[in-house]
Structures are given as structure tokens and as C-alpha cells.
Ligand binder design. Sequence first.
Ligand code: HEM
Ligand code: NAG
Ligand code: NAG
Length: 362
Amino acid sequence: MIKALLSLAAIAASIQLSNGATLRRVTCPDGNTVSNGACCVLFPVMEDIQTNLFDGGECGEDVHESLRLTFHDAIGFSPALTRQGKFGGGGADGSIIVFNDTETAFHANNGIDDIVDVQKPFIARHNITPGDFIQFAGAVGVSNCPGAPRLEFLLGRPLPKQASPDLLVPEPFDNTTKILARFADVGFSPNEVVALLASHTVAAADHVDPTIPGTPFDSTPEQFDTQFFIETQLKGTLFPGTSGNQGEVMSPLRGEIRLQSDSELARDPRTACEWQSFVNNQNKLQSAFKAAMAKLAVLGQNVRELTDCSEVIPVPKPANSKAHLPAGLNHRDIEQACRTTPFPILPADPGPVTSVAPVPPS
Ligand code: HEM
Ligand SMILES: *[C@@H]1O[C@H](CO)[C@@H](O)[C@H](O)[C@H]1NC(C)=O
Ligand SMILES: *[C@@H]1O[C@H](CO)[C@@H](O)[C@H](O)[C@H]1NC(C)=O
């Protein structure tokens, strides 16, 4: 009772103080303040996931998987299919969780059942739709990764109606033309595709090569830094096609894996210069990824019906690594692909040559 009175008093005070729309704040039942009271429901969700899903605010496997899930839910959307009179999917609608029996069986969703199963009970105990939860968990999770931008979050996605159709999620063995066409279908330019792939700086693979689970795509999978764009440009070798590891490229760094799709996007004339532009530009990495994720998170949704609750997302810490070549390597180990601008000269890590550690399973 006293708490309720206090918060009423706080609301009154903030209204008096502001004497205009911009400064008006609402105090939530738990004492947090927001500019739109509809966003209050998110604080208990955030506390629960930070404590019980992300182990107190880490940028570990559950964050990586939650970020991957934002993509695999959202990309299940195809205006091209709709134009053919077919169901094109609902985009960022939570269908991957609600219709998990269908969507987790898609080949490209291999391994996604893990995080779907882990997220389900969180959704069940809060007042939030699966579509909102997936994007919220992704944005909060990414905020735990030093160097990340503070992602936007809009609230209010309705329940999904139907499972997404198969074959809309890109595969690592798809060629660049196919990948760019798939993203163009949902409104992303080649530059925006490169920006979205910054996500692979906080990422590892369990299933591309099942003999080496947790193998990261860069040497700093707990940081949202630019190392992914540097290390994918190192000279690598295509994994022998007969090995069964379709979509895998050997990185010269021991303990690191490279997706064939990332390798090709880093070298294709349509994307190589944009790829290279992120190598030593943390500010661009942040702003471009933030903008591209804002689009991804609302695919298939009517943005006018959503509420902007971005202010609820925590502000990430700055990255504590500086763009560098891994120890033991030098500029000659870079495979120059951009034809108009030389690859930036970077200092090499002075430390001893080590192998990259796997991301520990959660
Ligand atoms: C060309 C498009 C893409 C392809 C082919 C692709 C493919 C893959 C593959 C094969 C894995 C490894 C899964 C496993 O074996 O465990 C992976 C991991 C991951 N992907 Fe992508 N991806 C693409 C785009 C994206 C985008 C747009 C995002 C997010 C915005 C994303 C986020 C992630 C994350 C965070 C992981 C790491 C998951 C973990 O560590 O558990 N990917 N991706
Ligand atoms: C889908 O989720 C339910 C729990 O809600 C679970 O029992 C079932 O095994 C899941 N299906 C797949 C294919 O993972
Ligand atoms: C890319 O893949 C598509 C679909 O698998 C195929 O039709 C096309 O010929 C391929 N293009 C190139 C350049 O290999």
C-alpha cells in the first residue's frame, strides 16, 4: 500500500517536473522508471533471464544461442512466397517456439532446439509473447557482450498463427548469390547482410563439425569486437568436400572454425569491401549492427502497433580488445579481397601462439 502511494507520488512529481511530454516518467511497481508504462512488464523478465538464463550477465553460450534464435525466428518470412499466393511465414513472431515440432526439424535449424527448450519455461512464467521474448532475450543477452551496441527493443508482437515454411533460413553451404537473394527478399541490402554477420563475433558452432562442439568463429567469442572480420580474412583452406563437414572452412587458427558462407562473403566482390570496412572500425560495427538488428527484429510485424521499450535494454560495456592479428601471424597471412582499399595494417598480438579455446557448454 505504502509502495503504491509512493509510486503514485513519484508519477505526480515527474509530471509536475516535466511540464511537457519529453521528460515525463512512469514509475513501475518495482521502482524502475520508464517513459511508457507498458514497458514495466519487461523488468521482471530481464531480472529472471539475467540471473537464470545468462548466469548473472555473461556473454556465453546461452547469449550466443539466444542471438542466433532472433535470426532464425525472424528470417522465417518471405514476401516472395506471399506474392506467389503461398504462406510466407510471420517473421519475428515466435513461431519457432510455438511450432517447435515443425521448425526445429528444419535442416538449417539444427541445434536450435536447445535454446527453444531452455526459453520456453521463461515465457510460461511471464506476461510476454514468444515473439517479444525471443527478441528481448537477444537484445538483453547482447548487452552482456563488451563492445556491443545497445540494441533497440519494440514490444507488442502478437502470437504467431502458423509455422514458418521450410527453406527460408540460410545454410553455410549456400552460395553468396543465394544468400543475398534470400536477404533481399526480406529487404536487406548486401551491406546490411554484412552488418548482420557481425553477430558471428559472439558465436560458435556445435553442429557444423559435431566432432568439435563449441568451436568459435573468432578468437574472442565473449566480446562484440571486430576480430571476426579480421580472422575470416586470413588465408584458409576449404574443408575437403568428402569429409561430411559441408559448409566448413579450416581457419589457420587452431580451435577456430569458419563457415563457408562467411568465407565467401568476405571474398565476394559484392561484399568484400564492406566486410573489410569493419576490420578496425568498432563504431561502425556498432551502428551498422544496431540498425540491421532493428530491422530484423520486426520482420513481418506492424511497427505502428509496437511500443518502443529500447530504454529498458542495458548499456553494454566497451570492448576491451583492440583490433589485432593473432599471435604469430602478419600482414602476409591476410587474403586481400577488396579491390579498391588495402587491408588495414594491424599490430600482431605479441603473446605466444595458442589455440582458441572452445566456448564452454552452458
Ligand atoms: C548467411 C547467413 C547465416 C548463415 C549461413 C549462418 C549460419 C550459422 C551456422 C551454421 C552456425 C553454427 C550453428 C551450430 O553448428 O551450432 C551459426 C551460429 C550462429 N549464428 Fe549464424 N548464420 C547466418 C547469419 C546469422 C545472423 C544474421 C545472425 C544474427 C543476427 C546469426 C547469429 C548466429 C549466432 C549468434 C551463432 C552462434 C550460436 C552459438 O554459439 O551457439 N547468424 N550461424
Ligand atoms: C517442442 O516443445 C515441447 C515442450 O513444449 C517438447 O516437449 C517437444 O519435445 C519439443 N519438440 C521438439 C521437436 O523439440
Ligand atoms: C548458387 O546456388 C544456386 C541455388 O543452389 C544455383 O542455382 C546457382 O547456380 C549457384 N550459383 C553459382 C554462381 O554457383
